[in-house]
Design a protein around this ligand. Structure first.
Ligand code: NAD
Ligand code: DAU
Length: 354
């Protein structure tokens, strides 16, 4: 079959990538969706079991640091668009091993940019390099204000610095080589298939197993939470209707202090697990803070709302309930990803913190 568009998604076996790949494969049967992923600890083909044999889906295991493999694929497949999600994504891991983040997030992005520039050099019209970034590049807010698309970059962790650097390289390829690019910067995602090193799935897992809930610092840090499927829908809108050279902030209009969110999860899980009220909250344990911990993130998502008509489709109450149910019903998924190397990470990350 000949496809109207061939789209490359990098990091499609990860949390957000797998939701995006599913959305694109199901919404556009006339597109070929090609997923490449190194399958690090965070990449899991189980996430895509339901669509793995769809006729318009392909997967290849490729490390974006392997420039030859990336070049060959990008030349051979003549993609119309590259949606780049592959990254090291966890702030705590970046504090232990910053170089891994420089390698994948910076050098990996440059490899993709180079491959696209070379493959598309004859004619860049009708092509798009879409880079998925984070609100963390803007730094940390005080108790008021929102990040807009023109907020100056002020990254403060090795993770956010590597993402900020990759954003700069993407813009440099636009200005220097005429590459058609678009960037989106999103707030904290939650939902099914998120690796349980991040706050929400980690705490669900620990509550389930009656393990301590490690709250960093005073627990008064604030994040804006967005349901992952709504992020995938925003990416779809930008992929099709975003303006070249532009940046779009994506957020949930949904700020929570960590402790308020944790208390809510504890209450809901007590109900869902049939445990007495207060049972899960008794596991809350204040631990040593994350070094350089950003105090507050909050996104002004009015540009994507007014230009592209996007807004979140589920409320936080709906999204959180769906998420808790998914993890409770997929204990096997959690058990698989929390064995082996994960245990080693968990021991190192939380050793001496309690
Ligand atoms: P994730 O860690 O769940 O998934 C990352 C994926 O990238 C994994 O499948 C992994 O195997 C793959 N990968 C890592 N290194 C690779 C390499 N060298 N070559 C090929 N594949 C590689 O991350 P996520 O939470 O799904 O985040 C996806 C993207 O969205 C990242 O770029 C992240 O910075 C960005 N983002 C995440 C959030 C969030 O809340 N999770 C919010 C805003 C932006
Ligand atoms: O804002 C977007 C970013 O959100 C993404 O770019 C990152 O990829 C993603 O990991 C996420 O970063 P955070 O650092 O905000 O997410 P995390 O789930 O690690 O932490 C959320 C908050 O919870 C943060 O204030 C730290 C706190 N926390 C986290 C963990 C893992 C704890 O208090 N205890 C914990 O054990």
């Amino acid at each position: 079959m000949s496809y109207t568009k061939r789209i490359l998604v990098t990091g499609g076996a990860g949390f957000i990538g797998s939701h995006l790949v599913r959305l694109l494969v199901q919404s556009y049967p006339d597109y070929l969706i090609f997923n490449i992923d190194k399958l690090t600890y965070a990449g899991n083909l189980e996430n895509l079991k339901d669509i793995e044999s769809a006729p318009n889906y392909r997967f290849e295991r490729i490390d974006i640091l392997d420039a030859d493999a990336v070049n060959q694929l990008v030349h051979h497949m003549d993609f119309h668009a590259i949606v780049h999600l592959a990254a090291e994504s966890h702030v705590d891991r970046s504090i232990h091993d910053p170089l891994a983040f420089v390698h994948t997030n910076v050098l990996g992005t440059i490899n993709l940019l180079n491959a696209a520039r070379d493959a598309w050099k004859e004619d860049m019209s009708n092509r798009l390099f879409y880079h998925i970034s984070t609100d963390e590049v803007y730094g940390s807010l005080g108790s008021t204000g929102l990040f807009t698309e023109s907020t100056a970059y002020d990254p403060r962790s090795p993770y956010s610095s590597s993402k900020a650097a990759s954003d700069h390289f993407v813009r440099a390829w636009h200005h220097t080589y005429g590459m058609p690019v678009v960037i989106s910067n999103c707030s904290n995602n939650y939902g099914p298939n998120q690796f349980p090193e991040k706050l929400i799935p980690l705490f669900i897992h620990n509550i389930r197993h009656r393990k301590p809930l490690p709250v960093y610092g005073d627990g008064q840090y604030t994040r804006d939470w967005l349901y992952v499927v709504d992020h995938a829908k925003a990416i779809d809108a930008i992929l099709h209707r975003g303006r070249i050279g532009e940046t779009y902030n994506i957020g949930g209009f949904n700020e929570w202090k960590n402790m308020d969110l944790i208390q809510l999860m504890c209450r809901l899980l007590d109900e869902k697990l049939g445990r007495p009220e207060g049972d899960s909250a008794s596991l809350i344990t204040y631990v040593t803070d994350r070094p350089g911990h950003d105090r507050r993130y909050a996104i002004d998502a009015s540009k994507i709302n007014s230009e592209l008509g996007w807004s979140p489709s589920v409320t936080f109450e709906q999204g959180l309930s769906l998420t808790l149910d998914w993890y409770l019903n997929h204990q096997d998924w959690l058990d698989n990803v929390t064995s082996g190397a994960y245990q080693h990470y968990y021991d190192i990350q939380y050793k001496n913190r309690f």
